[in-house]
Design a binder for this molecule. Structure first.
Ligand code: PEP
Ligand code: MN
Length: 342
C-alpha cells in the first residue's frame, strides 16, 4: 500500500505519520521526490483501512499495490534510480553505460582487452574470476588472482569493475578487494542467501535474470537485496530459456520496457548470453539500446577462438568498436526530442 503525502505536509507531520504506521507493526519506505512524497507501507496491509488513512490531514490519497515487490516498485519511488558505480560512472535516469570485457579473466590479456574496449567507449570493465559453469569439469575461473588482475586493470584504466560473486562466503573478499559492482549470475538469481548477503553491503549489484525466471521473480530477487538495505541494484535481461534451440537463449527485449514500467531500477541488456553466437550479438545489442536499456553488458575477447569460456559469443575489439559507433547513434535516436506534429 502507498500513501501519497500532501505537498503542504511538514516534516514533523510526516515523521509522526511514519511512526504511527511503524507502531502498528509495518515497515515503511519513504520516497521524497521533487514533486511528491510517497510512503510505502510494507507488511500485511489488508489490516489497514485505506479510508482511515485518507481521512488524515496530510494524506492526499492511498493506493493498494498488488505487486509483492515494494522497494523495487516504481509506484513507491517514481523517479529513476541512478546507481553510482564508482570512478565517476553512474547508470540509470538517463545515464547509459556499456560494460565490456572477457567472459573469464584469463591473465594479462585482460589489459589488452580493457584498453581496447575503453578506447571504443566502454565505461565499465567485466570479467569473471569465479565462473558458474554448467559442468564441474569446465574451467572454473582464476579465483582471487583473477580479482587482483581486475583491480589492477581498473586502477590503470580508471574504470569500475563488474565481476560475479557466486558464494555468500566470498562477499567479504569482494569487499576487501574493493570490487565496484558485484554480479549475481543467472544460475544464482534465486540463491536467496547470496542475495541477502550482497544486500547487507552498499556495493552496487548487477542482478541477472534467472534462466527461466519471470519478470516478477527477477524483481523479487531485487527485493531480497533491497530489503537488507542495499538500494544499489541494476537489473539485467540476459535471455531466458524457451523452446527455441537456434540461439543459446531467447532475448526478451520486451522485458526492458516492462521492467522500466514496473521498477525504478536501471536495466541493462546482455546480448552476449542472450544469443550465444557472435553473429547475433550486435543486432541484439542494438535492439536492447532501442528498447531503452540503461546499459549493455557485452563480452569481448582479443582472440575468441582461444577464449577459456564463451568464445563463441565474444566480439573482437574491432567488432566491438563497430558496435559502439552504431549503439551511440541508436541511443541518440531514441533519446532525441522529436518535434511535435503541427
Ligand atoms: C557471465 O556474465 O559470464 C555469465 C555467466 O552470465 P549469466 O549468469 O547471465 O549466464
Ligand atoms: Mn560468459
Amino acid at each position: 500500500m502507498i500513501a501519497v503525502v500532501k505537498e503542504t505536509a511538514t516534516q514533523d507531520q510526516l515523521d509522526h505519520f511514519v511512526k504511527w504506521i511503524e507502531g502498528r507493526g509495518f515497515k515503511t519506505n519513504v520516497s521524497q521526490g521533487d514533486n511528491e512524497t510517497i510512503v510505502g507501507i510494507i507488511g500485511d496491509t489488508t489490516q489497514i483501512d485505506p479510508f482511515l488513512l485518507e481521512s488524515m490531514d496530510i494524506i492526499e490519497r492511498v493506493q493498494r499495490v498488488s505487486e509483492p515487490f515494494k522497494k523495487a516498485n516504481r509506484k513507491f519511488h517514481p523517479e529513476d534510480t541512478v546507481v553510482d558505480c564508482g570512478h565517476g560512472v553512474r547508470i540509470g535516469g538517463g545515464n547509459f553505460q556499456v560494460i565490456a570485457g572477457p567472459c573469464s579473466v584469463e591473465g594479462k590479456n585482460l589489459f589488452e582487452i580493457a584498453r581496447a574496449v575503453k578506447a571504443s567507449g566502454a565505461t565499465m570493465l567485466r570479467g569473471g574470476a569465479y565462473k558458474p559453469r554448467t559442468s564441474p569439469y569446465s574451467y572454473q575461473g582464476m579465483g582471487e588472482r583473477g580479482l587482483d588482475l581486475l583491480v589492477e586493470a581498473s586502477a590503470e584504466l580508471d574504470m569500475p569493475i563488474v565481476t560475479e560473486v557466486m558464494d555468500p562466503r566470498d562477499v567479504q573478499l569482494f569487499l576487501d578487494k574493493g570490487i565496484d559492482v558485484m554480479q549475481i549470475g543467472a544460475r544464482n538469481a534465486q540463491n536467496f542467501s547470496l542475495l541477502r548477503e550482497v544486500g547487507k553491503t552498499q556495493v552496487p549489484v548487477l542482478l541477472k535474470r534467472g534462466l527461466s525466471e519471470t519478470i516478477d521473480e527477477l524483481l523479487m530477487g531485487a527485493e531480497y537485496i533491497m530489503s537488507e538495505g542495499n538500494p544499489n541494484v541494476i537489473l539485467c535481461e540476459r535471455g531466458i530459456r524457451t523452446f527455441e534451440t537456434r540461439t543459446r537463449n531467447t532475448f526478451d527485449v520486451n522485458a526492458i520496457p516492462v521492467l522500466h514500467h514496473l521498477s525504478h531500477l536501471p536495466v541493462v541488456g546482455d546480448p552476449s548470453h542472450a544469443t550465444g553466437y557472435t553473429r547475433y550479438v550486435r543486432p541484439a545489442a542494438y535492439a536492447a539500446t532501442a528498447a531503452g536499456a540503461d546499459g549493455l553488458e557485452i563480452e569481448v575477447h582479443n582472440n575468441p577462438s582461444e577464449a577459456w569460456s564463451d568464445g563463441a559469443q565474444a566480439l573482437t575489439p574491432a567488432q566491438f568498436d563497430d558496435a559502439m559507433r552504431r549503439i551511440r547513434l541508436i541511443r541518440e535516436a531514441v533519446t532525441a526530442p522529436v518535434e511535435e506534429e503541427k
